[in-house]
Design a protein around this ligand. Structure first.
Ligand SMILES: [Zn+2]
Length: 597
């Protein structure tokens, strides 16, 4: 079998890639099942590989407005597998039938598919974890969702801080100890891989934690996750807590200690690294650090710190770092959560040196200002790539080189967009192509499609838009006009007259994809379903708002705005459709509201 990376010609590289993909389908995946979980955990606990537990699809998805549909979750899960995450927490199955179904689909597909590691060798599929509160119903639902994976995991949790036990759980310490023992044992009777988290460990009494964790280990847990749920600790405290627990919990040296930090004080990455230094071997992270409030520890920051400062840590991860940029971009697109330009590792300015500002000095002494290569995270800096005379094969080879594996239909759509763009713009850059692929491929199922848009605006005229939409379900085509305070407002009013679904625009952001007056405009918006505050709850019982994001890319920002609006409305429509055919989420959660049954 030839490697995907050594094709000598562009076309050779493409066909090699296909050969590898087909060959992977024939690998017997069951050989990767873990037979002795205790031995597996001990090897990790005592080794020098930090396993990466990605919770973008669970904790990350709890960010306001990050609601993802099932197809989007599957796409992200597939990319996370390519990125090399060891474990993915695919969701909170007890939240709703839709959540359960999404986790199940991920377990049965991504959880059963081998992949290639950093060196191009066949690697095990990721462990697929489902979150469950410490009650039988949640644990049953989690098991139902993950059991199809070759490596399934149940992750159950119960709060152990005095403030949570008293005000949220209304349980005594003894009650908590008993429930942890019973529920971890119950989970272990279903699934050999059980992770337990004492919620709000960062504010729990360390000696009580020792008791709780001893019971969890005896009941069968092999991973102990220590969450700083409210992002309160400092690196010294958090690292000290991990050390205290590893030293004092009986059996603690044979299980995997895991870190889960929140970024309320901007310390999530620092705390996680302090925990790793203290001996933890699992990090719980999200792409771009998304998550509730200020978010979770970011995968890219922690992994690149371990990678760039190897002599300090002497530890490895299994992450394929060259997939970081692409994963980050995909998660940002799907969730509509834009990355701040100065964000470490994945922000637009993180490698701005290479964009030409200091280029002269940089070329001579690259290390003067840079501690990492942009190529290490998969950021391709070449500018002049393709022009209007480039053919479909050149585009495909380019996309393959960038790591995008499109099917024939997707390639056709992207090629059409590429040709349109190349007509308007002299050179098409990598950033343009990534924006096109994202805009074309990362799309929800479209009920309504934008067919035609005509806008009149200027000085002393009332901005007017004429919009034609096609309904892909019924086949009808409708044209309407809208007047507004500006062209975007006029377009949105025209679209609203056709689609007629109540919504409130809460965010509107325009960015340029590349430099110059002919740059692609990238519009991100967020819509809220009116009166949706508290429509649903997170795993920790906090209310969620119902927001939908949309993103559109075009050289014309009015068209990009229309596309973004259509995407958000289509998401809203497809989610509402799915829910009316299943159990109501809010009602379902209310029944389960007591954290312990
Ligand atoms: Zn969390």
């Amino acid at each position: 079998m030839t490697s995907a990376h050594n094709g000598s010609t562009e076309n050779g590289a493409v066909s090699d890639k296909i050969t590898v993909d087909n060959a992977l389908d024939n690998v017997d995946v069951t050989q990767f099942a873990i037979h002795d979980m205790r031995a597996h955990a001990r090897a990790i606990a005592q080794g020098n590989t930090v396993v990466v537990f990605d919770t973008t699809l669970r904790d990350g998805e709890q960010s306001p407005g990050a609601t993802l549909n099932t197809q989007e979750k599957l796409d992200i899960a597939q990319q996370l597998a390519r990125l090399g995450v060891d474990i993915m927490e695919a969701g909170f199955p007890a939240a709703s039938p839709g959540d359960l179904e999404a986790v199940k689909m991920i377990a049965n597909s991504i959880g059963r598919r081998v992949r290639l590691d950093r060196d191009g060798k066949v690697a095990a599929p990721p462990i697929v974890a489902g979150l469950a509160r410490a009650n039988k119903n949640d644990i049953d639902k989690a098991w139902e969702a993950v059991q199809g994976a070759v490596r399934p995991r149940i992750h159950t949790f119960l709060a152990t801080s005095d403030i949570h036990m008293e005000h949220k759980l209304r349980m005594s310490r003894d009650d908590v100890l008993e429930t942890v023992g019973d529920m971890v044992q119950y989970a272990s009777s279903l699934c050999q891989d059980v992770e337990f988290s004492p919620e709000d460990a960062g504010r729990s009494d360390p000696d009580f934690l020792v008791q709780v964790l001893e019971i969890a280990i005896k009941a069968g847990a092999t991973t102990l996750n220590i969450p700083d749920t409210v992002g309160y600790t400092t690196p010294e405290e958090y690292g000290g807590l991990i050390k205290h627990l590893r030293d004092n919990v009986p059996g603690g040296k044979d299980v995997i200690f895991s870190l889960h930090c929140h970024n309320d004080l901007g310390l999530a990455t620092a705390n996680t690294l302090a925990g790793v230094k203290a001996g933890a071997r699992q990090i719980e992270v999200t792409i771009n650090g998304i998550g509730e409030r200020a978010g979770n520890t970011s995968l890219e920051e922690t992994v690149m710190a371990l990678y760039t400062r190897k002599p300090v840590f002497s530890l490895e991860t299994n992450i394929v770092t060259t997939e970081i940029h692409r994963t980050s971009d995909m998660v940002s697109r799907y969730t509509g959560i834009v990355i701040q330009p100065n964000k470490a590792i994945v922000g637009a300015n993180a490698f701005a040196h290479e964009a030409g500002i200091h280029q002269d000095g940089m070329l001579k002494h690259k290390r003067t200002y840079e501690i990492m290569d942009a190529s290490a995270i998969g950021l391709n800096q070449s500018t002049l790539v393709l022009g209007k005379h480039s053919g479909r094969n050149a585009l495909r080879a380019k996309l393959e080189g960038m790591g995008y594996h499109l099917n024939a239909e997707e390639l056709k759509d992207v090629f059409k967009r590429f040709k349109d763009l190349a007509d308007k713009k002299k050179t098409v850059t990598d950033a343009d192509i990534e924006a096109l692929v994202g805009d074309e491929i990362y799309q929800p199922v479209e009920t309504w499609e934008l067919i035609k848009l005509q806008v009149q605006c200027g000085n002393n005229v009332i901005p007017t838009a004429v919009v034609t939409l096609h309904n892909n379900k019924t086949g009808e085509e409708i044209t309407e006009a809208g007047f507004g305070t500006g062209p975007v407002d006029a377009v949105y009013k025209g679209i609203n007259r056709i689609i007629q679904v109540e919504n409130t625009l809460v965010e509107f952001l325009v960015q340029a994809v590349t430099e110059g007056i002919d740059a692609n405009g990238d519009v991100t918006i967020r819509l809220e379903v009116p009166d949706s505050r508290g429509y649903s709850q997170t795993a920790q019982g906090r209310p969620r708002r119902r927001l939908f994001s949309g993103r559109g890319v075009d050289t014309d920002i009015i068209t990009a705005s229309a596309k973004a609006y259509m995407q958000a409305l289509n998401k809203m429509l497809s989610t509402v459709d799915n829910e009316s055919s299943s159990v109501n989420i809010a009602a379902d959660t209310a029944v389960l509201a007591p954290a312990v049954s």
